[in-house]
Design a protein around this ligand. Structure first.
Ligand SMILES: [Fe+2]
Length: 298
């Protein structure tokens, strides 16, 4: 079944700004791509993040690694059994995404999910776009995590737990409910924040190996006077030391290190927290609209 977050694609009118934001701020490596697109590497995979030129800031697709042909078959069957149609990838899609095989479906909120395996490795070793002490923490834990906004957290988590086998790590409830789900030892790969009548993207988290690289990224963001959605801080549930920067495309990147892992073999009951952070993670003085948010289509 789903093993990890393989890649993620966004659309944005500001795609070209990622040509500097990706390498110079995040430390990602720019990959040659179609004109208008910005494609980034963070490890030995051929690519991990794509920003496509488009009319609006939006999440285009989420790519999931299902391991192999057997994993793709199981995931497709479970979705079909639960009444969700799975589309076989159109001709050329697997080649575009640089994977061995692909199928896709829309979740109950309209987000597009791609089930894949065999994401190609790059011919050249990963070279960060700016000086870094270490690299990005990917491997078994995948690219990172995504936090989406949905009108109904229970419906969202039920779909991903029951149909796609995600585990429930914990909830944070501080007026707004956030539910954290895992599909590997990374504390969460997908999380949902409840916003009535709306869907959206709050943030993409990228984890680096060394906390030094979090602080140096923070320094770059401050030097460039970029919008910080949350200052440096440490989360209660995954223990991540991180900050949040507003990307050129209206959502946040959480840039962090040092998160704790979950034991996926243990049947640990989900935890509950009434705050997001142990310290820090302060919002800006001027209130910032949280990520990309739009009314759900009827
Ligand atoms: Fe996060």
């Amino acid at each position: 079944m789903i093993r990890s977050l393989a890649y993620v694609g966004f659309t944005s009118p500001n795609a070209k700004e990622w040509r500097s934001f990706g390498p110079e701020v995040l430390g990602a490596q720019l990959v040659p791509s179609e004109p208008g697109d910005v494609v980034l590497r963070v490890d030995e995979a051929a690519w991990r993040i794509a920003i496509h030129q488009g009319d609006t800031n939006d999440l285009g697709y989420i790519g999931w690694d299902v391991g192999d042909a057997g994993g793709l078959e199981v995931a497709t069957r479970q979705l079909a059994d639960a009444g969700h149609s799975v589309n076989q990838g159109e001709a050329g899609l697997a080649a575009d995404r640089q994977v061995e095989a692909i199928a896709w479906f829309s979740d109950p909120f309209g987000f597009r999910h791609e089930l894949t395996y065999g994401l190609h490795q790059a011919a050249e070793p990963f070279a960060p776009g700016r000086a870094m002490e270490g690299g990005f923490l990917t491997g078994e834990g995948g690219l990172g995590h995504l936090v989406l906004m949905v009108p109904d957290v229970d419906q969202a988590s039920q779909f991903f737990q029951e149909t796609l086998g995600f585990g429930h790590s914990d909830d944070v409830d501080m007026g707004i409910q956030v539910r954290f789900l895992h599909c590997n030892p990374r504390h969460h790969t997908l999380a949902f924040s409840g916003v009535p009548g709306m869907v959206g993207v709050h943030h993409l988290m990228l984890e680096v190996e060394r906390s030094h690289d979090v602080v140096s990224a923070y320094d770059i963001v401050n030097e460039r006077d970029m919008t910080i959605a949350m200052t440096l801080g440490r989360h209660t549930n995954d223990g991540m030391f991180s900050f949040y920067v507003r990307t050129p495309s209206g959502f946040e990147v959480e840039y962090g290190a040092g998160a704790r892992l979950v034991d996926t073999s243990a049947n640990t009951p989900p935890g509950h927290y009434d705050s997001v952070s142990v310290w820090g993670h302060e919002p800006p003085a001027e209130r910032l609209f949280p990520g990309i948010l739009r009314s759900i289509e009827a």
